[in-house]
Design a protein around this ligand. Sequence first.
Ligand SMILES: Nc1ncnc2c1ncn2[C@@H]1O[C@H](COP(=O)(O)OP(=O)(O)OP(=O)(O)O)[C@@H](O)[C@H]1O
Length: 353
Amino acid sequence: MLELHIQKSLGDFALDIQAEAPAGVTVIFGPSGSGKTSVVNAVAGLMRPDQGRIAIGDRVLFDRAQRVNLPVNQRRVGYVFQDARLFPHLSVRRNLHYGGDHDATRVISVLGLEPLLDRRPAGLSGGERQRVALGRALMCDPQVLLMDEPLAALDAGRKAEILPYIERLRDEVKIPILYVTHDVSEVARLANTLLVMKQGRVVTQGPVGDVLSHPGTVPLVGVRAAGAVIVTKVAGRLLDDGLTELAFSGGRLLMPGNLGVLGQKVRLRIPAQDVILAREAPRDVSALNVLPVTISGIEQGRGPGVAVGLLAGQDRLLARITQRSLHRMNLDVGQQIYAIIKATAVGPEDVGH
Ligand SMILES: Nc1ncnc2c1ncn2[C@@H]1O[C@H](COP(=O)(O)OP(=O)(O)OP(=O)(O)O)[C@@H](O)[C@H]1O
């Protein structure tokens, strides 16, 4: 567990956060200038807080009261920036060893770096370069990994190539990973924990599914980012029409594409704006997914929109509808209704493992 208590004045800007990041990916999400990079820099030792404490388990990196401030090279922190920052004149193998002497075989295997080892950075794609940078950051056997918008400079194709490696890393390397991004599909694919920042403060934090599907989160993350993240299992593949059947606590969902082998875990982001609500189970409707749900919360927005929190089994979903529909349908907390999800609403970028 990474414990963060950071206070810092930077000109007119004040950073003041108290947060915890367990093993797995904690995404720091928030608008530009909200202080995300400053948090990451404080953990790396590149920025010294005015007050606070930063510790990994019982290993203290910074504690103002105890006058502890470990230098960067003693922190055992791996840092991956937006640009890979590799040494252009060194091979991938030598770039990796620049990061440290830890278990290279494992790092190379987790990140699939074997075929790249003798190449130089100039001959690699942007995604491959970031994979090498990630490998280099792991070579010091870090106790925490910091990734500051590592995919921001990549196009959609290169992003799709590297995301499965980061998923694998998340599931195999049991350390806290702080991951800064603006991109909600990266949140859906990677985050275990979500920490939302605004103007130097943490406005909400918790397991990603709980935070993103909470009706109150909509104004904090924006209407496009709001929605559920649920973990399902492949329950069957319907070869003839190209759909995969997924099971979760709320029932079964049909989604397009081959999403994995039987029993495989699939994470899905279901955007709030793509969930339709109905009082009765609809008949003759084109949407394939109709789930019985219970309304768990309603949050009125400032505009014409309303966020409706839903319980489907033990999982949470979120719908964004208009106030007009809310009143017309007489919806209220505790009611049992139906959520309708179009199979095509969930894009490939919203599906992870
Ligand atoms: N050394 C500094 N001196 C003065 N102000 C600073 C300094 N470093 C950062 N700031 C200010 O602190 C605020 C937070 O910056 P930070 O880079 O942490 O935000 P961010 O959320 O990472 O933004 P972005 O998403 O644009 O990278 C900004 O207003 C920035 O101008």
